[in-house]
Design a protein around this ligand. Structure first.
Ligand code: SF4
Length: 235
Protein backbone atom coordinates (compact mmCIF):
# COMPACT_ATOMS: atom_id res chain seq x y z
CA UNK A 1 0.00 0.00 0.00
CA UNK A 2 2.87 2.36 0.75
CA UNK A 3 4.02 2.18 -2.89
CA UNK A 4 0.55 3.27 -4.03
CA UNK A 5 0.69 6.18 -1.62
CA UNK A 6 4.16 7.19 -2.80
CA UNK A 7 3.09 7.01 -6.44
CA UNK A 8 0.06 9.17 -5.64
CA UNK A 9 2.31 11.63 -3.80
CA UNK A 10 4.63 11.81 -6.81
CA UNK A 11 1.68 12.97 -8.93
CA UNK A 12 -0.24 15.04 -6.38
CA UNK A 13 2.14 16.16 -3.64
CA UNK A 14 2.02 19.80 -2.66
CA UNK A 15 4.93 21.87 -3.91
CA UNK A 16 6.12 23.41 -0.63
CA UNK A 17 9.44 25.30 -0.67
CA UNK A 18 10.84 23.70 2.52
CA UNK A 19 10.52 20.29 0.91
CA UNK A 20 13.52 21.03 -1.27
CA UNK A 21 15.92 21.72 1.62
CA UNK A 22 17.45 19.63 4.36
CA UNK A 23 18.55 22.65 6.37
CA UNK A 24 17.26 21.90 9.89
CA UNK A 25 16.84 25.60 10.65
CA UNK A 26 14.71 26.26 7.56
CA UNK A 27 12.63 23.18 8.33
CA UNK A 28 12.22 24.13 11.98
CA UNK A 29 10.95 27.58 10.95
CA UNK A 30 8.44 26.00 8.54
CA UNK A 31 7.20 23.59 11.19
CA UNK A 32 6.82 26.19 13.92
CA UNK A 33 5.04 28.57 11.55
CA UNK A 34 2.71 25.78 10.37
CA UNK A 35 1.76 24.68 13.89
CA UNK A 36 -1.25 26.98 14.02
CA UNK A 37 -1.24 28.82 10.71
CA UNK A 38 -2.48 27.62 7.32
CA UNK A 39 0.26 26.53 4.99
CA UNK A 40 -0.81 28.93 2.20
CA UNK A 41 -0.18 31.83 4.57
CA UNK A 42 3.05 30.33 5.82
CA UNK A 43 4.81 30.01 2.44
CA UNK A 44 5.43 33.75 1.73
CA UNK A 45 6.21 34.47 5.37
CA UNK A 46 8.71 31.61 5.51
CA UNK A 47 10.49 33.04 2.44
CA UNK A 48 10.64 36.53 4.00
CA UNK A 49 11.90 35.10 7.29
CA UNK A 50 14.75 33.23 5.61
CA UNK A 51 15.62 36.26 3.48
CA UNK A 52 15.94 38.28 6.66
CA UNK A 53 17.67 35.66 8.81
CA UNK A 54 19.19 33.04 6.49
CA UNK A 55 20.93 31.15 9.30
CA UNK A 56 20.05 30.15 12.81
CA UNK A 57 22.98 32.21 14.10
CA UNK A 58 21.59 35.33 12.46
CA UNK A 59 18.19 34.73 14.03
CA UNK A 60 19.81 34.09 17.42
CA UNK A 61 21.61 37.45 17.22
CA UNK A 62 18.47 39.43 16.33
CA UNK A 63 16.69 41.50 19.02
CA UNK A 64 13.59 39.70 20.36
CA UNK A 65 11.45 42.72 19.54
CA UNK A 66 12.38 42.47 15.85
CA UNK A 67 11.55 38.76 15.84
CA UNK A 68 8.12 39.52 17.31
CA UNK A 69 7.62 42.26 14.72
CA UNK A 70 8.50 39.95 11.83
CA UNK A 71 6.04 37.37 13.15
CA UNK A 72 3.05 39.75 13.04
CA UNK A 73 0.06 38.31 11.16
CA UNK A 74 0.96 34.69 11.85
CA UNK A 75 -0.80 34.62 15.22
CA UNK A 76 0.11 32.93 18.48
CA UNK A 77 3.08 35.24 19.01
CA UNK A 78 4.63 33.10 21.72
CA UNK A 79 5.87 30.86 18.91
CA UNK A 80 8.13 33.69 17.73
CA UNK A 81 9.78 34.00 21.12
CA UNK A 82 10.18 30.22 21.45
CA UNK A 83 11.74 30.04 18.00
CA UNK A 84 14.12 32.84 18.90
CA UNK A 85 15.14 31.09 22.14
CA UNK A 86 15.56 27.80 20.30
CA UNK A 87 17.85 29.56 17.82
CA UNK A 88 19.92 30.99 20.66
CA UNK A 89 20.20 27.56 22.24
CA UNK A 90 21.33 25.94 18.98
CA UNK A 91 23.72 28.81 18.15
CA UNK A 92 25.35 28.38 21.57
CA UNK A 93 25.35 24.60 21.97
CA UNK A 94 24.51 23.02 18.61
CA UNK A 95 21.47 20.88 17.81
CA UNK A 96 20.57 18.61 20.76
CA UNK A 97 20.03 14.90 20.14
CA UNK A 98 16.63 15.24 21.76
CA UNK A 99 15.07 18.08 19.80
CA UNK A 100 12.20 18.43 22.30
CA UNK A 101 14.76 20.13 24.58
CA UNK A 102 14.37 23.20 22.36
CA UNK A 103 11.79 25.79 23.45
CA UNK A 104 8.46 25.42 21.66
CA UNK A 105 9.42 22.09 20.10
CA UNK A 106 7.00 19.29 20.94
CA UNK A 107 7.19 15.69 19.88
CA UNK A 108 5.67 16.21 16.42
CA UNK A 109 7.94 19.15 15.51
CA UNK A 110 10.99 17.30 16.85
CA UNK A 111 10.14 14.24 14.75
CA UNK A 112 9.52 16.36 11.65
CA UNK A 113 12.93 18.04 11.91
CA UNK A 114 14.59 14.70 12.73
CA UNK A 115 12.99 13.03 9.69
CA UNK A 116 13.07 15.78 7.06
CA UNK A 117 16.39 17.42 7.98
CA UNK A 118 18.50 14.79 9.72
CA UNK A 119 17.10 11.77 7.87
CA UNK A 120 16.38 9.87 11.09
CA UNK A 121 14.00 6.91 10.78
CA UNK A 122 11.02 8.41 12.60
CA UNK A 123 7.55 9.04 11.25
CA UNK A 124 6.30 12.47 12.35
CA UNK A 125 2.65 12.06 13.31
CA UNK A 126 0.59 15.19 12.82
CA UNK A 127 -3.19 15.34 12.78
CA UNK A 128 -3.33 14.28 9.10
CA UNK A 129 -0.94 11.37 9.46
CA UNK A 130 -2.81 10.16 12.53
CA UNK A 131 -6.17 10.32 10.74
CA UNK A 132 -5.01 8.29 7.73
CA UNK A 133 -3.24 5.75 9.95
CA UNK A 134 -6.26 5.29 12.21
CA UNK A 135 -8.75 5.01 9.37
CA UNK A 136 -6.72 2.57 7.32
CA UNK A 137 -5.21 0.61 10.23
CA UNK A 138 -2.01 0.45 8.15
CA UNK A 139 1.47 1.28 9.35
CA UNK A 140 3.82 3.33 7.22
CA UNK A 141 7.55 3.99 7.10
CA UNK A 142 9.10 7.46 7.53
CA UNK A 143 9.46 7.65 3.73
CA UNK A 144 5.66 7.98 3.55
CA UNK A 145 5.49 10.98 5.90
CA UNK A 146 4.88 13.73 3.36
CA UNK A 147 2.55 11.56 1.30
CA UNK A 148 0.45 10.84 4.40
CA UNK A 149 0.38 14.51 5.31
CA UNK A 150 -0.85 15.49 1.87
CA UNK A 151 -3.35 12.65 1.65
CA UNK A 152 -4.81 13.65 5.02
CA UNK A 153 -4.88 17.30 4.02
CA UNK A 154 -6.45 16.94 0.58
CA UNK A 155 -8.21 13.54 0.32
CA UNK A 156 -8.77 11.83 3.66
CA UNK A 157 -10.59 14.87 4.99
CA UNK A 158 -11.76 15.03 8.60
CA UNK A 159 -15.50 14.89 7.93
CA UNK A 160 -16.11 13.84 4.35
CA UNK A 161 -13.16 11.88 3.00
CA UNK A 162 -12.85 11.72 -0.78
CA UNK A 163 -12.50 7.94 -0.88
CA UNK A 164 -13.32 7.81 -4.60
CA UNK A 165 -9.93 9.29 -5.45
CA UNK A 166 -7.92 7.75 -2.60
CA UNK A 167 -4.96 5.53 -3.49
CA UNK A 168 -5.49 3.50 -0.30
CA UNK A 169 -9.21 2.86 -0.83
CA UNK A 170 -8.92 -0.80 -1.77
CA UNK A 171 -7.30 -1.65 1.60
CA UNK A 172 -9.19 0.81 3.80
CA UNK A 173 -11.91 -0.47 6.15
CA UNK A 174 -13.19 3.11 6.61
CA UNK A 175 -13.83 3.61 2.90
CA UNK A 176 -17.12 5.44 2.26
CA UNK A 177 -17.71 6.47 5.86
CA UNK A 178 -18.68 9.92 7.04
CA UNK A 179 -17.38 11.34 10.27
CA UNK A 180 -18.75 13.67 12.92
CA UNK A 181 -17.47 17.25 12.71
CA UNK A 182 -14.62 17.77 15.13
CA UNK A 183 -14.70 20.56 17.69
CA UNK A 184 -13.48 23.78 16.18
CA UNK A 185 -11.53 26.44 17.93
CA UNK A 186 -13.68 29.30 19.25
CA UNK A 187 -13.96 32.45 17.12
CA UNK A 188 -11.05 34.89 17.13
CA UNK A 189 -13.44 37.83 16.96
CA UNK A 190 -14.17 39.12 20.48
CA UNK A 191 -11.73 36.68 22.11
CA UNK A 192 -8.95 37.43 24.56
CA UNK A 193 -6.53 36.36 21.84
CA UNK A 194 -7.84 39.22 19.72
CA UNK A 195 -7.34 41.69 22.56
CA UNK A 196 -3.78 40.48 23.11
CA UNK A 197 -3.12 40.76 19.42
CA UNK A 198 -4.47 44.34 19.28
CA UNK A 199 -2.42 45.31 22.34
CA UNK A 200 0.77 43.89 20.83
CA UNK A 201 0.10 45.72 17.55
CA UNK A 202 -0.24 48.98 19.48
CA UNK A 203 3.08 48.39 21.27
CA UNK A 204 4.75 47.61 17.95
CA UNK A 205 3.37 50.89 16.61
CA UNK A 206 4.93 52.74 19.54
CA UNK A 207 1.86 53.45 21.69
CA UNK A 208 0.66 52.20 25.06
CA UNK A 209 -2.59 50.21 24.83
CA UNK A 210 -5.38 50.82 27.39
CA UNK A 211 -6.13 47.12 27.79
CA UNK A 212 -4.22 46.41 31.02
CA UNK A 213 -5.30 42.79 31.24
CA UNK A 214 -4.02 42.02 27.74
CA UNK A 215 -0.80 43.92 28.43
CA UNK A 216 -0.18 41.98 31.65
CA UNK A 217 -0.74 38.73 29.81
CA UNK A 218 1.72 39.74 27.05
CA UNK A 219 4.25 40.71 29.71
CA UNK A 220 3.89 37.34 31.45
CA UNK A 221 4.73 35.64 28.16
CA UNK A 222 7.76 37.89 27.65
CA UNK A 223 6.29 39.49 24.53
CA UNK A 224 6.45 43.00 26.02
CA UNK A 225 8.25 44.62 28.94
CA UNK A 226 6.44 46.73 31.50
CA UNK A 227 8.31 49.26 33.55
CA UNK A 228 5.87 51.37 35.53
CA UNK A 229 3.81 53.16 32.90
CA UNK A 230 6.35 52.47 30.17
CA UNK A 231 5.88 49.55 27.83
CA UNK A 232 8.48 48.32 25.34
CA UNK A 233 9.48 45.33 23.26
CA UNK A 234 11.97 42.85 24.70
CA UNK A 235 15.55 43.19 23.57
S1 SF4 B 1 -10.38 5.26 1.65
FE1 SF4 B 1 -11.35 7.07 2.47
S2 SF4 B 1 -11.25 6.88 4.72
FE2 SF4 B 1 -9.80 5.41 3.81
S3 SF4 B 1 -7.83 6.50 3.79
FE3 SF4 B 1 -8.78 6.82 1.80
S4 SF4 B 1 -9.94 8.75 1.99
FE4 SF4 B 1 -9.43 8.03 4.07
Amino acid sequence: MEELLLAWFGRNGRDLPWRTTRDPYAILVSEVMSQQTQVERVVPRWRCWLDRWPTIEELAAAPAGEVIREWQGLGYNRRALSLHRAAQQVAAHGWPDDLTELPGVGLYTADAVACFAFGRPVLPVDVNVRRVSERTGLSFSPAAAQGLMDLGKTVCLARLPRCEICPLAQACPSRGRRFEPSRRQGPFEGSFRQRRSAALRAVLAGSRPDDKEALASLARDGLVRLDGEAVSLPE
